[in-house]
Design a protein around this ligand. Structure first.
Ligand SMILES: C=CC1=C(C)c2cc3[nH]c(cc4nc(cc5[nH]c(cc1n2)c(C)c5CCC(=O)O)C(CCC(=O)O)=C4C)c(C)c3C=C
Ligand SMILES: [Fe+2]
Ligand SMILES: [Fe+2]
Length: 362
């Protein structure tokens, strides 16, 4: 495919810095057709499902996309808000607040939310940033723990877009922040505030999105990073090993996934006499289907049915002040060395003249 010409305004002017706050993605509506589109894109990503493509294509189109969209749509409908999907609504809020926080520190950067699957897509957001004059772009995937299925897949989408550009922006990429002390402190704050509001449970369950177990043996650091986040949070809260559990949720397909699984753990705790459990999902930057439906609704029901008395779900960092402070400090560190104030019109004109003069000499 031939490369398109660059828009004229990119030839020699304002050099702005942009940030793409990228999360996983979500359907456009809680309906079966919207879910079919979203799941087809998501589950066709070879980073997400590592099964030989021809075999997987037959299973995906022959079975999964016939049955799952309607079932998932009903789950999405139970958490959908008047403004839209919680994942997108929160990510938009975070992006706006992040831009404000960085602005307060004197950094005039453009922060835009993006979705790896669905909308606003990563290429459309990169295009928009470029159109607004961004020549330096920081990609900030909203995943504290690195995994090939999430972080690396975001990188794939960015580089696929860059391959189509004549003039690529200067790009930086945040890899993970699972052990960032400020991130851990924001999680600690969130738990303490929750305990103050609703009382303290006997056990804190830290539930992460699952992955096929074989990805651990193949060298994906996701599992190790989940364990480290959990250990650091437990230490920050002064928890003894018997006062917390690390579990994995959202199992998909027939392969063995990381264990222990969240729901069976909740049931086992209730059976063994735990009356009050607190559950936090430290792998999710914002609340979404996986936390609001799978944990706060289904997890609660499973625990109470098994004899538990009180189930407290601790929300994700979302738009909390400590969470935003940690996120903006993280972005700030990754922006180091980039010019963060907008050049004046005079500076722009000077740099344009210099570029023209240089061009004339050559
Ligand atoms: C093969 C399946 C999947 C892998 C591997 C996987 C990894 C993974 N996912 C997240 C974060 C999220 N996943 C979400 C939804 C979701 N995940 C899968 C499957 C896999 N995820 C599906 C099919 C779905 C859609 C819902 C459903 O039909 O069950 C979400 C929520 C999106 C939303 O709109 O709210 C998030 C967030 C991580 C972090 C991860 C690996 C580390
Ligand atoms: Fe997922
Ligand atoms: Fe789920």
């Amino acid at each position: 495919m031939p490369l398109a010409p660059e828009p004229p305004h990119t030839h020699g002017q304002a050099e702005r810095v942009g940030i793409v706050l990228a999360n996983l993605g979500t359907p456009d509506a809680p309906t079966a057709p919207a879910l079919r589109r979203y799941l087809a894109e998501f589950l066709s990503d070879p980073r997400v499902v590592e099964i030989p493509p021809l075999v997987w294509k037959a299973i995906l189109h022959g079975i999964i996309l016939r049955t799952r969209p309607a079932k998932s749509a009903a789950k999405y409908a139970s958490v959908w808000t008047p403004e839209g999907s919680p994942l997108l609504v929160w990510t938009k809020k975070q992006a706006k607040l992040l831009q404000g926080h960085l602005g307060e520190r004197g950094a005039q950067v453009l922060v835009k939310p993006a979705m790896r699957y669905g909308n606003p897509s990563i290429p459309s957001v990169l295009e928009a940033l470029k159109a607004e004059g961004a020549t330096r772009i920081l990609i900030l995937p909203a995943y504290p723990q690195y995994s090939g299925a999430t972080t690396a897949s975001t990188f794939d989408a960015v580089t696929a877009w860059a391959r189509r550009q004549r003039r690529i922006p200067e790009l930086r990429f945040v890899h993970q922040y699972h052990d960032d002390p400020q991130h851990i402190d924001a999680l600690r704050h969130s738990v303490l505030a929750h305990w103050q509001r609703e009382g303290r449970g006997e056990i804190l369950v830290m539930s992460y999105h699952g992955m096929p177990e074989r990805t651990l043996h193949l060298g994906d650091p996701y599992h190790c990073q989940c364990m480290k986040t959990s250990r650091l949070l437990a230490e920050a809260l002064g928890l003894k090993p018997e006062q917390y559990r690390v579990t994995f949720q959202s199992r998909f397909g027939r392969a063995k996934w990381l264990e222990p699984a969240t729901e069976p753990t909740l049931k086992a705790l209730a059976h063994k006499g735990t009356r009050h459990v607190d559950v936090i999902c430290p792998g999710f930057a914002v609340d979404c289907l996986e936390t609001l439906e799978e944990i706060a609704q289904e997890g609660r029901e499973a625990f109470l049915k098994a004899g538990g008395q009180q189930f407290s779900y601790i929300p994700c960092l979302n738009d909390s002040a400590p969470g935003l402070r940690a996120l903006s400090d993280l972005a700030w560190r990754h922006l180091g060395g980039w010019p963060l104030t907008e050049p004046s019109a005079v500076e722009n004109e000077q740099s344009r003249q210099r570029a023209l003069a240089l061009g004339a000499k050559r």
